[in-house]
Every structure is written in structure tokens, then in C-alpha cells.
Design a protein around this ligand. Sequence first.
Ligand SMILES: Nc1nc2c(ncn2[C@@H]2O[C@H](COP(=O)(O)OP(=O)(O)OP(=O)(O)O)[C@@H](O)[C@H]2O)c(=O)[nH]1
Ligand SMILES: [Mg+2]
Length: 303
Amino acid sequence: MASGPPFRSGYVAIIGRPNVGKSTLLNSILGEKVAIVTPRPQTTRNRIVGVKTLPHAQIIFLDTPGFHHPRERLGDYMLRTARESLREVDLILFMVEPRSPGEIEREIIRELTGVCRKQDAGSRPVLLLINKIDRIKKGNILPLIGEYAGLMDFDEIIPVSALMGDGIGELLETIIRYLPEGPQYYPPDIYTDQLERFLVAEIIREQVMLLTSDEIPYSVAVETVSWEEKEGLVIIGAEIYVEKESQKGIIIGKRGKMLKEIGTRSRREIESILNSRVFLELWVKVKENWRKRISALRELGYQ
Ligand SMILES: Nc1nc2c(ncn2[C@@H]2O[C@H](COP(=O)(O)OP(=O)(O)OP(=O)(O)O)[C@@H](O)[C@H]2O)c(=O)[nH]1
Ligand SMILES: [Mg+2]
């Protein structure tokens, strides 16, 4: 039997400041929606696993919450989640905006230097991804690469556009080159480990984040509370939690208009993901200051 190249596999964390396009990249690589995306920072709150299986390799991506300076307990949880992923992986993708490094980028680089460049911590490759290159002039890319190269010895610096899919094929090949030889951890048809119930709650939260403004997008948590399949119909119940009575009024809207809109848009997307007709029922509830309370965060799965 002819032996091909060795099978390579490993875990890859995608990190960076909020809103740089980490979740967009993951969805684009998988060709499936596993992580919600909005134009607002701090969209992702949990670690999201996405598995890419190729004939000669399997890459397990960990999408993480953006690095930021937390103001409440939810933020502490998000930052911890991002940090912990750094220590668990074989390779790190550090994604940045196509502009000069800011304070957050410098902080992340300090953290990466500690985790990945110290002898005793084992040296892990770090690839810098300059994302959103569709937004800048070609001539501005090289100077940016120079600026970042001066801050850390990245193993590679790769300009990409997660949104347009530019540079993604090359990125995958580069990642694979750096991965160790290893087994196929997941069956080839599995592309995430998250439960449908979680994804449904996230899709509803995405719609709330897209349709509301100010503090509301950040004050909302969603939980799928019931799931029943009956005669070709999936009947799903979900609760939307807010922090104050006044926010509840805004989510419901005049004569229930806003909640109806959230429900219709979410249902359409859930139907296309589940490939089935869906009946979606939503309730809005107040959970006082849930972002600040450990017990409430636990209940909502942010633990
Ligand atoms: N123009 C452009 N926009 C992009 C690109 N990648 C992502 N975006 C947009 O950037 C915004 C944020 O994208 P996300 O994927 O949610 O960013 P994120 O890094 O996961 O954000 P958090 O979850 O908040 O940390 C969205 O509006 C995306 O459409 C890109 O390559 N080009
Ligand atoms: Mg995200």
C-alpha cells in the first residue's frame, strides 16, 4: 500500500480583541454556522468548538470571547475562558484589526510571550492573522506586518478576510504544517460539539443583539427550556432574560412587536439549521443583575 503524508491533528485557539472577526473566521472555515456574529463587540461568551476534517488532517478550533477589561462577573468568566484556551492548544491564531496595535493587542502579546515563548511552558506556534484586509488598501498591509513583527516573533503573519474568504485556504494549509502527527479525534461528519439547544439559544440572542441597542444586547441571556418533536414539527420554548423590568418592556415592544420580530427571524434561521419546520415560543423574564451574580451565571451556563 502506498503511504501518503502523515495524518496531522490538533487544537487551535482563535483569540483577539472583541469584534475582530474570530467567529466569522470559524464559520467561514467550517462552511457552517456554529458561532453567532454581530457588529457588536463581546458577542461570543463561551468557548465554541468547531472541527474541520480534511483527508490528511483534522483541526479542532476553539473560538473564544474577545480579550477586554471586564466590568462585571460575566466579563470575568469570558476573559478566563479565552485565557484558559491558550494553555490547552497546540497552536494559537491571534487575530487583529487591520490597524496599528492598541493597548489590548500589546497586553495579549505580553500574555502570549508568557504562555508560548517560555521554555518551560513548551513553545507553541503563534500565527498572527491580520483580518478585514478587504477594508484597507493593499499598500498598507506591509507596514502593518512590520509593526507587528517588531512586537513578537510570530511564526507566521497572514493577511486574511474572514468575511470574503480571502486567504483561508492558505491559512488552513499553514496551520496543518504546524500541527503534530496525530489521530482523528472526531468522526469526519462532526463539525461541532455543541448541543442544538445551545445553538438555538445563541441564535435567539444574536437576533436580540441585532435588533436592540444601548445596554440591552449585553444584558440579555437566552436559555432553551423545552424541546418536543411532533409530526414533522419541532416545538421549542426559550426564555429571554434581562436585568431590569424596563428592559423587559423594550424586548417585548409596543403590542409585542419587537418580540414577534425576534421570534420570526430566529425561527427562520433555526428552521434552516434543523432542516425542519419549527414552532418557537419565547418568554421574557427579569433576572435581577444576573451578570453580576455567580448563582445566576451558573444557572445560565456561564460557569
Ligand atoms: N469587512 C470585514 N468585516 C468583517 C470581517 N470579518 C468579520 N467582519 C465583521 O466584523 C464584525 C464582528 O465579527 P465577529 O465574527 O462577531 O467578531 P468576533 O471577533 O467573534 O467578536 P466577539 O465575539 O465579540 O469577540 C461582524 O460585523 C463581521 O461581519 C472581514 O474580513 N471583513
Ligand atoms: Mg465571536
